[in-house]
Structures are given as structure tokens and as C-alpha cells.
Design a protein around this ligand. Sequence first.
Ligand SMILES: C[S@@+](CC[C@H](N)C(=O)[O-])C[C@H]1O[C@@H](n2cnc3c(N)ncnc32)[C@H](O)[C@@H]1O
Length: 378
Amino acid sequence: MATFPLYTTSFRGLGSITQRELRQRFGNKISQLRSNRVRDWDLNAFTFAGPPGELLELGTIEDLYYHLGAMPLSGAVADLEALQSQVRDLPLDPALALHRQLAPRREHKRTSFRVVVQARDAAWRHYRRVEIQKAVIAGVGRRFPRWRAVEEDADLEFWAQQADRTLVLGLRLSDRHLRHRSYKAAHLPGSLRPTIAHALVFLSGVQEGQVFLDPTCGTGTLLLERARTGRHHLLLGGDLDRAALIAAAANFGPRHRPRGLLHWDASRLPLGDACVDRVAANLPWGGRHGSARTNPSLYTAVLAETARVLRPGARAVFLTSEGRLLRDALMKQPALHLAEPARSVGVLGREADIMVVEKRGPGPPPAPSASHLPVPSR
Ligand SMILES: C[S@@+](CC[C@H](N)C(=O)[O-])C[C@H]1O[C@@H](n2cnc3c(N)ncnc32)[C@H](O)[C@@H]1O
């Protein structure tokens, strides 16, 4: 069986969840798994023994790359000449063959390529990011003189990502559809990135045949990511904002029934006690969907409702940049406890916390009958 040196990128703070997802889904095909942080991204590098196209099903990754090599940086200007030579001599053929297989491209007379560099300026490095980019372009150009470097919409993307004093070199194998998904037709401000939504769903530990609830569902990203993971008994989401519910219905289209998208106030859910197996929510934060005045009472009420509607032993996962409010609200609910240490994630320039909460009590009983659940659906 052929093996491939690959790496993935995830939002900063989600790398450890990607590792769990990799091990859970592809455990026996993954070896030499190691992680790195580059600016706002977590990298997981590994050797894969299997068809790499399978990895495009991972839910928590932003991109998949062929790992071309890594170069230690001294910080001296001589690094640039060494980088150019290393790029010229990279073992590119297997990477290009895999790229052709995973991302068939339009036929052009001349292959175009783009070089993306992620490197924070540092005092020890006596050259700038743009000079790294030029060195990589020159290296590729020396190897393939007919190729042309472009700034956008390239056939191939070479990435150089600086992790501490090492430059990781990769060829991007995925495109933007991996991270943005095809279902996201309708967006609203505050709509969650699908890979982060997937991480929340993953941490909730979903199983087939469960009732899954998002009490502040917005455009439905969490519900749609739950739907990707396997069969459900019922997907249930609601929001105070009717426009968000219309967007959620548009994103669902005719797929993933049974489901209910309801206009409600998450602090007074129209649901019976102990009828939900998993909750995941991206709570209103800051002033955009809530306010400094109302968020404390909303958080308290949402956690009280979570404690009421969850089955004993079941899990809820929350994302918020107001972690302190959520902790305060959790303290008021003796039925709930933090099941894992809270983790911080970098969400496009903002810091947020993911908290996994469990309802005390014995494990969940068998799947419910739907009779005590509202199932109107849009
Ligand atoms: C951060 S957004 C959620 C975004 C969603 N995850 C998505 O991907 O579109 C928070 C949502 O909570 C909703 N919201 C605010 N207060 C609410 C309340 N009391 N009950 C239900 N929803 C509420 C807002 O309308 C907003 O859609």
C-alpha cells in the first residue's frame, strides 16, 4: 500500500480535535502524527496509508496538503538561497500526481501557480515574508521554467508556513469547497464557520438515532454539520430571529428530515423534560446578537433549559467569546458539570471558548418516541 506524507490545517485551538477525528476515523491508516502551530492555524502532519481522498471527508479541517518538506531557518539572509535550492529539488512528482487525482484542473497551455506564505515577522529573522515568497517562486520557476506565477486563481498552490524556526512546505490538495461546504447558500453576520460547528458536534459525541438540539440555531450550521455525521432521530433548532430561520431552511433545502426549525426564545423552550440527547449552541456574544445587558440572563436561562431538556448523562457543547458568563451560568446549575477542560479557539481574529457540559445521572436510555416532541418543520 502506498503511503503519503500529508498535513491538515484547522483553526487555532481545534488541532487536538482534528487529531481525535483523524484517529477515530482513520486510526489504522495514520502514523507519525505530530502537530504544530502556525499563526492562527493548527497543523497536523502524518503519514497516510490509504487513498488520501478519504481525508476530504474530515469535518474539522480547513485544508489538506501534501507535505513537501520542512526547512530549518537560521534567520540569516542565506536562508533564502537555501530555500530556493530546496524548492527546486523537492520530490514534486508524487505530490503533483495526487493533486491531479484529487483536484482535476482545467487544461491550460501553461500551468499557473501561486505561493502563499504564512510567517509572523520576528526579530531573529533578517528577511521579510515577501522575500520568502520570492524565493519559493524562484525555486519553482527554476524547476519548471514554463510555469507562470500568478496571484489568484492558480492551478497549483504552494504554501510555506513558518512554525517556530521551521518552514513547512506543502502543496494544497483541497479547495475552498472543503471548508465552506456546498450547503451554505444563505449567510448572516455571525454565521458559524462549518469546521468549528463540526468540532462542537464532534465533541458532543453524537451517535446514530439521537435527538439533537441547537437552541440558537441561526442559519443552521450546527444542525447541518450534525446531519453530515450520520442518521438522526430528529434535528431540532430554533431562533428568535425569523430571518435566520428562513436562511436555515434555505441551507437545508429538502434534505435531512425529520427536522424542526422553530421560532422560539431559547430561555423558554417548548420541549418536554429529558427528551434531548445532544445540545450544541453558538451562543449570542458581544453586541451583535445579544447585548451586555441581556446576555447574562440569557446564558443563565439557556443553561437552565439545557439542564431540563437533556437526558441524564447526555452532553451539551457551547461556543462563546463570553466564557466567564457561561461559567457563571454553569455554577447555577447543579445538574450540569464541565465534562472536559474548556478550550480556547481563535475564530477569525476573535478568541472564543468551547465548553463541553454533561448532565449528571446515569447514561441515556434508548431512543425516544417522538410523541412528546414538536416536529413542525419549515
Ligand atoms: C452567534 S449566532 C448563531 C449563529 C449560528 N450558529 C449560525 O451558524 O448561523 C446567535 C443566534 O442566537 C439568536 N438568539 C439571540 N437571542 C436568542 C434567544 N433568546 N432565543 C433564541 N435565539 C436567540 C440570534 O438571533 C442568533 O441567530
